[in-house]
Design a protein around this ligand. Structure first.
Ligand code: ATP
Ligand code: MG
Length: 418
């Protein structure tokens, strides 16, 4: 039997790849507009990085990681997200002891052993932004605005921004207690995983996807009733800043996020129709210390799933920019012309225009059929006399107009002018 792509993975076909590039280039543009620079890091890291950086009470670490032992007996894990690696990169390369803030972004594939379904894959693409060294609410407001601008720049309209503050470890002490008291009444009904969460990290229960746990969660105490004065002031100022720059949001005390080291601000952009999170993020002031052991540098960021963006854009019939096209198809008759054409094609490509020519030794009729199929903007037919004269008729494939042209670099100028 033929080999198939593994469950939960997907291919991107030649006819669709420009859509992905469009989304990625939009991300690049948003990042450039605010001084964020791209970082790249390995596909796999030492397993310990994610145990510490994502947190070992999370779903990701407990159930979803692709962990393996390599031939040197090291435990390695395919990255399930980007933030832990981004922090590791900054710490290891001394970026956080230099000029702050550090503004970085990444475009990665991430790996999670999840149940594949709509918008949920085992290998998926993420775009993420990271900001280290800024603790004021202005940083949170900038990050949230950039996230919203990214989604808006893609043309997606039906996305709602939800925000919450989950406070700091201090405010969470009281909150954990209140949650433990509340959820203890439902010990029998909660799922097995949530029962283990009850002791170690009861906030995780609020993020459970099981319908029974979700229902129990509805009447649970909310974090915003437990915020300390500093965290409350930070949250109030963030909301004032968002109001001031015209960002509409909903407060949702149910958002706690899937990572252990989030502090204060958390946010999600949810797509109306599908209910899927297009993007999610928050502040993680404890993360650098967790990974570095010494330095204490605040951080904030978000990550967005590109599969969800592309599919929502397709469903909504949004534009992905122009599909790349062939400017010129050079057809040839006979062996001399074929050689001439392939040299001309190379010259013109080096002048920056997109050129295709026959590499299948096809008949003229079949070549012209191909030129139609690829929707070439212009075509030219080269036979023996054209080869000798160095001139031919250029045909505009859209309106059928023909004009005499020289078969050299000057052709590139004519085609570029259109
Ligand atoms: P969810 O609640 O949907 O499981 P999450 O909290 O696990 O999301 P994050 O870890 O914050 O998600 O990842 C950020 C973004 O990456 C999500 O908002 C989503 O767009 C995307 N994403 C997460 N997991 C997957 C997946 N398995 N397949 C495709 N995209 C994903
Ligand atoms: Mg998840």
């Amino acid at each position: 039997m033929a080999v198939k792509a593994p469950r939960g993975t997907h291919d991107v076909l030649p006819s669709d790849s420009y859509k992905w590039r469009y989304v990625e280039e939009t991300a690049d543009r948003i990042c450039r507009s605010a001084g964020y620079k791209e970082i790249r890091f390995p596909t796999f890291e030492e397993t310990e990085l994610f145990q510490r950086g994502v947190g070992d009470t999370t779903d990701i670490v407990q159930k979803e990681m692709y962990t393996f032992t390599d031939k040197g007996e090291r435990s390695l894990t395919l990255r399930p997200e980007g933030t832990a690696s981004a922090v590791r990169l900054c710490v290891e390369n001394g970026l956080l002891t230099g000029a702050l803030p550090v503004k970085a972004y990444y475009k990665i594939t991430a790996f999670r052993y999840e149940k594949p379904q709509q918008g949920r894959y085992r290998e998926f693409n993420q775009f993420g932004m990271e900001l280290y060294g800024a603790s004021a609410p202005t940083a949170d407001a900038e990050m949230i605005s950039l996230a919203e601008d990214f989604i808006k720049s893609l043309g997606i309209k039906g996305a709602k921004l939800r925000i919450n503050s989950i406070g700091c470890p201090e405010c969470r002490k009281g909150y954990h207690k209140a949650l433990q008291e509340y959820f203890s009444q439902y010990k029998e009904e909660l799922c097995e995983t949530c029962n283990t969460r009850l002791e170690r990290n009861p906030m995780r229960i609020l993020d459970c996807k099981s319908p029974i746990c979700k229902n129990i969660t509805k009447n649970a105490p909310i974090i915003t009733d437990f915020l300390c004065d500093d965290c409350r002031a930070h949250y109030e100022e963030l909301k004032a800043l968002l109001d001031n720059c015209g960002t509409t949001y909903e407060e949702d005390p149910g958002i706690v996020r899937g990572l252990d080291y989030y502090t204060r601000t958390v946010f999600e952009l949810i797509h109306d129709k599908t209910g899927l999170a297009l993007l999610a993020g928050g502040r993680y002031d404890g993360l650098v210390k967790e990974i570095d052991g010494k330095m204490d540098v605040p951080g904030i960021g978000f990550a967005s799933g590109l599969e969800r963006l592309v599919s929502v854009m397709e469903e909504e019939g949004l534009s992905f920019g122009e599909e790349p096209t062939t400017d010129l198809y050079i057809a040839s008759i006979g062996e001399n012309a074929l050689r001439f054409s392939s040299a001309l094609a190379r010259k013109l490509r080096n002048c920056g225009i997109n050129v295709e020519t026959d590499i299948m030794a096809r008949s003229l009729k079949a070549q012209m059929k191909y030129a139609d199929k690829i929707a070439a903007k212009y075509s030219v037919v080269i036979g023996d006399s054209e080869t000798e004269n160095g001139e031919a008729e250029l045909k505009n494939m859209l309106n059928g107009e023909r004009s005499k042209v020289k078969l050299d670099e000057s052709l590139a100028i004519i085609i570029r002018k259109g």
